[in-house]
Ligand binder design. Structure first.
Ligand code: FES
Length: 118
């Protein structure tokens, strides 16, 4: 029998907003963590999602875009991402956006800069 040691480090969560700051169908720009990662925090029907705020097509802030159903439309060329997965949903976007883990603790919305477990 061999002994193995597994070290799991819990991801760091950062409080970025309060519940109620962002209503259903709204989103906001936040900076997360020590390197001020640009993140678009979205409230989709009461569930929170976080995507990297930089469009993967060119240089645009997704938080300046529009929520269309369960997609986020970029303000610059109208490309789109699936909010829940970050996957491309409309040309000219062909590269997925990074997605991050979001949780609610008491009244705080918190983000960890790791991919959500789905
Ligand atoms: S910069 Fe977002 S679609 Fe072109």
């Amino acid at each position: 029998m061999s002994a193995s040691t597994t070290t799991t480090t819990a991801p760091a969560f950062y409080t970025v907003a309060k519940v109620g700051d962002i209503g259903p169908g709204e989103m906001t720009y936040v900076e997360v963590g020590p390197n001020y990662e640009p993140v678009c925090l979205i409230n989709l029907d009461g569930d929170y999602y976080a995507l990297n705020d930089c469009c993967t097509h060119e240089d645009a802030s997704l938080a300046d875009g529009e929520i269309q159903g369960d997609e986020l439309e970029c303000p610059l060329h109208g490309g789109a991402f699936e909010i829940k997965t970050g996957m491309p949903a409309g040309f000219p976007v062909v590269v997925a956006a990074k997605t991050y883990t979001v949780r609610v603790v008491d009244n705080d919305i918190q983000i960890a800069l790791v991919k959500p477990a789905r």
